[in-house]
Design a protein around this ligand. Structure first.
Ligand code: TTP
Ligand code: MG
Length: 400
């Protein structure tokens, strides 16, 4: 069997980096993108911040008031989704030059399977450097890249030396690479599993890998098998190109089982955004929305809804998925995982004019969709209060 070569790419401080690119006077300064801080009284959260701001302990999803407290001198900017969507398009345009075997994960993140094409690029490091150089020359933005034999390790690797980090893990190095890392880095290991593992004296992935499979199964049931495999770097999930998939979905395992309706709703919204993003990139719309829910005892339910007109917008997806959850009747039961997927695809119809396809019409339509969707997303994430802010998404005079 040929070696699998999986690349994970994630842009550095994406929204903040676009701001620093477009406003050179902000380079080198702590920049926070997100809700209006209103002199420390703002509600809403940080979307992201520059690495300079991270030195003050500011992080994504932190209340904006807390970010203000940590660094009142930072430059606080509203979200300019239009600009980030354009930058994202340019990044994905570069990735498509490298391989069609591409799985977009979010606005600034993707997996690539280059197992069949790596020889065209030379070594793995050559490939990673070429990728980063091409992205930087097209967008003046920097990326971090991980290359490994499986998705999980590639993702861990790309995060390890951010920003501008390239980390390559050869197949024979996988176990040694994982060994010193905390178990929380493994996919699906949240705070609760981490605490349970700590009780067993397991803190690092290496300590987990040493435990016999049967012992983990005894403690964690089916999840124990997965933990054992992942701790040894065994993860054979394929990179899912949208053109060949029959459904596009996302799921999330909560750090701790939860019955908090707000947390469930906001997580569902994020999942819907991710799915909508991938649908749009693939130029697909689907008629069937499937919601999945796994309770703390691992019972798992799925509920599908098929609608007359195909959809690809996060808000509509959210509406249908949350209605499905409503029908399941959660009754305060604790939830371990939720997921949402779309199937029953058809290609999105192209806009035609009298003279055939208008040049750029599809692109314009695409952009409008992305913007409409992201406005929904900001409303959902930052609350209605952000709506006023939402109308100033583009600051006056800064329209592209
Ligand atoms: P990330 O890739 O998670 O973060 P980042 O690119 O800003 O920083 P890093 O260098 O660590 O990768 O997310 C990509 C973008 O998504 C981010 O720039 C802003 C947006 N985002 C939010 O709006 N809210 C969030 O909670 C997160 C995590 C990201
Ligand atoms: Mg990023």
């Amino acid at each position: 069997m040929t070696e699998r070569v999986i690349v994970h790419l994630d842009m550095d401080a994406f929204f903040a980096a676009v701001e620093q690119r477009d406003h050179p006077e902000l380079r080198g300064l702590p920049v926070v993108v997100g809700a209006d801080p209103k002199g420390g009284k703002g509600r809403g959260v940080v979307s992201t911040c520059s690495y300079e701001a991270r030195r003050f302990g500011i992080r994504s999803a932190m209340p904006i008031s807390e970010a203000w407290r940590r660094c009142p001198g930072a430059v606080f900017l509203p979200v300019r989704m239009n600009a980030y969507a354009q930058a994202s398009d340019a990044v994905f345009g570069v990735l498509e030059e490298f391989t069609p075997d591409l799985e977009p994960v979010s606005i600034d993140e993707a997996f690539l399977d280059v197992s069949g094409s790596i020889h065209l690029f030379g070594t793995k490091r050559d490939l990673a450097e070429r990728l980063c150089e091409r992205i930087e020359s097209e967008t003046q933005l920097t990326a971090s890249v991980g290359i490994a034999p499986c998705k999980m390790v590639a993702k861990i690797a790309s995060d390890l030396r951010k920003p501008r980090g390239i980390v390559i893990v050869e197949p024979r190095e996988v176990e040694a690479f994982l060994r010193p890392l905390p178990v929380g880095k493994l996919w699906g290991v949240g705070k609760r599993t981490q605490a349970a593992l700590e009780n067993l004296g397991v803190r690092t992935i290496g300590e987990l890998a040493e435990r016999p499979r049967e012992e983990l199964v005894r403690h964690f049931g089916k999840q124990g098998e997965v933990l054992h495999d992942l701790a040894h770097g065994r993860d054979d999930r394929p990179v899912q190109t949208e053109s060949e998939t029959k459904s596009i979905g996302r799921e999330h395992t909560f750090e701790q089982d939860t019955n908090d309706p707000l947390l469930i709703a906001s997580t569902l919204m994020k999942l819907c955004e991710g799915v909508a993003f991938r649908l749009r990139r693939a130029g697909l719309q689907g008629r069937t929305v499937t919601a999945k829910i796994r309770f703390e005892d691992f019972t798992t339910l799925t509920r599908s809804t098929t609608v007359a007109s195909p959809l690809d917008a996060a808000a509509r997806l959210y509406e249908l998925a949350s209605a499905s959850f409503g029908r399941v009747g959660l009754k305060g039961r604790r939830i371990r995982l939720i997921g949402v997927s779309v199937s029953g695809f058809q290609a999105r119809p192209r806009q035609l004019t009298l003279f055939g396809e208008e040049p750029g019409a599809a692109e314009r339509e695409e952009k409008q969709r992305l913007i409409a969707d992201t406005i929904d997303r900001i409303k959902a994430r930052f609350g209605q209060g952000a709506l006023h802010h939402g109308t100033t998404l583009e600051r006056p005079g800064e329209e592209e």
